[in-house]
Design a protein around this ligand. Structure first.
Ligand SMILES: [Ca+2]
Ligand SMILES: [Ca+2]
Length: 192
């Protein structure tokens, strides 16, 4: 090995050592030794969040642009380890509004019955007029019951599935379950 080759070898050694150090730091940051078991569970849970979910406070959310019936939307959310969004506060409703506004009419499939509405996780399928969330609680106990004007109206005696509208005013509505709409799935960190 001549002098130039020896010099290149030393440079390579230094670079390799530096790269390994960075990788080790990344692993250490991912699983810090002083992390509590609950924090570690949440960290591991985050690693399993499906693609395209975005975080707001204690949940992750995904806006699905492909319109589906309410029941199909519910099942797709469940298949992703999520549930059809349950709105629990005005803040969460405002976040949902901002999320929906990122998807203008032009990017939503024309099969949507209303490009201003998304399906959310409540219904009155069990008893007319008794609105419950998909986890079986009364909508009042969810913490957010802000209906659009003149809603719910059970239009044509057959509106039983929950929506949230972004236009003309934001709020809840009851709509036909089988008329396809876009929808939002939610994965709460609290379920860890
Ligand atoms: Ca109804
Ligand atoms: Ca209605």
């Amino acid at each position: 090995m001549d002098l130039i080759q020896a010099f290149k070898f030393i440079i390579l050694l230094v670079l390799s050592s530096s790269a390994l150090g960075n990788e080790t730091d990344a692993i250490t940051n991912k699983h810090p030794t002083n992390t509590t078991s609950k924090q570690l569970l949440i960290t591991e849970r985050i690693n399993f969040i499906p693609r395209d979910y975005v975080r707001f406070e204690d949940s992750y959310y995904k806006y699905h642009q492909d319109p589906q019936t309410w029941n199909e939307a519910r099942q797709i959310c469940e298949a992703e380890g999520a549930y059809l969004i349950i709105i629990n506060s005005e803040e969460e409703a405002q976040f949902l509004l901002r999320l929906m506004n990122q998807y203008p009419d032009a990017v939503i499939d024309d099969k949507s019955c209303d490009k201003h509405d998304v399906f959310v996780g409540f219904h009155d399928l069990f008893q007319e007029g008794q609105y419950v969330t998909i986890d079986g609680k009364s909508i009042r106990s969810s913490g957010y019951v802000h209906w659009e004007p003149d809603q719910p109206d059970n239009w044509q005696g057959n509106e039983n599935c929950g929506t949230f509208s972004r236009y003309p005013s934001s709020g809840l509505n009851d709509r036909f379950c089988n008329c396809p709409l876009t929808y939002v799935c939610e994965i709460p960190l609290k379920s860890c």
